[in-house]
Write a protein of this length. Structure first.
Ligand SMILES: [Fe+2]
Length: 489
């Protein structure tokens, strides 16, 4: 790789002999930022009809925790490969959050992490839902208005990144305004209208809001969806006319919240799903009841006549019992097999107000996405990840055909772990699976990382191109694909 350049090395105070299970191996964090203008292709060839940006966020810590690390505490690092004209360039950059900058100066963690008491923190400011946490902007990202927008699962700022350089441009402000509640991860872009949909949640009534930003970046709608108490929604969905929000029975114990204790547990009550017109208000919300579960991620939603069809990953066991003999139990609940995450469909009938649901698969998959062109429209294919038992690691990809029930599997070699994929429609392609599937891999034994390009119709056949990244990257979180047409010229 001739033109890989180190752009910057950030200050890391992590010990050289770090032995934390989620800061070593596939999660070994990086401190180095790279630029590669022409990425080396080690196998196959980059298709000429692949044009766009594959971006992925990563929880990448730079400092030891104050007391106890959780894998969601790391600073946001974005990796991006830009494909065009049969070539590819690569960048990785930290999101220059307020927290990252302050901790770089201090040389230590200033905020408490998810598994720590906020009383231990030197700084407790920020927009996060539970408060007293660093907004690491490390969870999710989308491309909207020609910029990469990173977000945090506990709500926070939307950080704006230049899609070419990945430089952090600052935080999002709509005509100078941004919700005091912040914005949650899992904003949704409607590629047909150019709109961005978002939600936020928090500990103060009305507990949940949603909003719409138009294609020109103007906030055009922001309304409450009142809940009975503080909840922990992680994702939302849209259809052509509606927004789908949720009130699920796994959330903070409300009796403990006044003491500042954020204990998450399942409650004995149904799941509730809200359907609201895209420009609706609290008065327009229609609630549906469903079987109790927790859902981290919806794959998509769409309308079928007067029914809103919602698809996502039902958890058979949202709060697995800890096994205190297992020193890693605290992290096991991140594993797909512990949560028992299965593809599932909820049908919300707007005439009867009733929800019917069905399990679509027996196998555990999660982090499933559909082609961005079909966000809010009926889809046929979901590209999802399979998990290593007991770990938050992806050992393969699956293409679920939700019409026929057929699945195609790509199993990665032992010790090689993938990322949430991006679906890249072929330039000029029209069929839903006339597309490529793109993912990053982390190969621990080989101490390297690659970007794989797969044919969406034949993911089981392995990559049509393998690209070598300049160094091994940490396993990460959410990814997105933006077509070249959505990027600045
Ligand atoms: Fe997520």
């Amino acid at each position: 790789m001739t033109d890989a350049r180190v752009v910057e090395r950030l200050r890391s105070t992590l010990p050289a002999d770090d032995d934390h299970p989620y800061r070593t191996g596939a999660w070994r964090p990086q401190a180095t930022e790279w630029s590669v203008d022409r990425v080396e292709v080690v196998e196959g060839a980059i298709p000429a009809d692949l044009d766009g940006l594959y971006v992925r966020n990563t929880e990448n810590p730079l400092h030891p925790p104050i007391t106890r690390y959780h894998p969601f505490d790391g600073d946001g690092m974005v990796h991006a490969v830009r494909f065009r004209d049969g070539r590819a360039s690569y960048r990785n950059r930290f999101v220059r959050t307020e927290g990252l900058v302050a901790e770089q100066e201090a040389g230590r963690s200033l905020w408490a992490g998810l598994a720590e008491s906020p009383r231990s923190a030197e700084r407790t400011d920020g927009l996060t839902a539970r408060g007293a946490m660093k907004d690491a902007s490390s969870t999710d990202l989308v491309v909207h208005g020609g910029e990469v927008l990173t977000s945090f699962w506990q709500c926070g700022e939307l950080y704006r990144l230049d899609p070419d350089s990945l430089d952090t441009r600052g935080v999002t402000r709509w005509d100078g305004w941004f919700p005091a509640e912040g914005v949650s991860a899992h904003t949704k872009v409607d590629e047909a209208t150019g709109e961005l949909f978002f939600f936020n949640y928090g500990v103060a009534a009305p507990y949940l809001h949603f909003g719409v930003v138009d294609a020109r970046g103007r906030l055009v709608h922001y309304e409450p969806v009142p809940l009975p108490g503080p909840r922990l929604p992680h994702d939302m969905a849209i259809t052509e006319r509606f927004v789908v929000l949720n009130d699920l029975p796994m959330h903070w114990d409300e009796d403990l919240l006044p003491q500042g204790i954020h204990a998450v547990r399942m409650h004995d009550k149904p799941s509730r799903l809200a359907v609201v017109p895209r420009r609706g208000t609290a008065a327009d919300v229609v609630w549906f009841e469903a079987d109790p579960t927790y859902v981290l991620h919806w794959t998509n939603a769409y309308e079928d006549g007067n029914t809103v069809v919602l698809e996502g990953f039902h958890q058979g066991d949202p709060s697995p019992r800890p096994n205190v003999d297992d020193e890693l139990w605290m992290f096991r609940y991140l594993a797909l097999d512990w949560m028992q995450t299965r593809l599932h469909r909820w049908r919300l009938d707007l005439r009867t107000g009733r929800c019917t649901e069905e399990r679509m698969r027996d196998d555990f998959t999660e982090f499933g996405i559909v082609s961005g062109r079909l966000t809010g429209r009926r889809h046929r294919y979901v590209y999802a990840a399979t998990g290593v038992p007991g770990w938050f690691l992806f050992d393969g990809l699956v293409r679920h055909d939700v019409e026929t029930g057929e699945d195609h599997h790509l199993r990665l070699p032992d010790g090689v772990y993938g990322s949430e994929p991006g679906v890249a429609p072929k330039v000029g392609g029209t069929a839903e699976d006339d597309a490529y599937v793109v993912t990053f891999t982390t190969d621990v034994a080989g101490d390297r990382s690659e970007c794989l390009v797969l044919d969406a119709r034949n993911i089981a056949d392995g990559p049509v191109a393998r690209l070598r990244l300049p160094e091994r990257i940490s396993s990460g979180t959410h990814a997105a694909w933006a077509p070249g047409s959505a990027l600045p010229a």
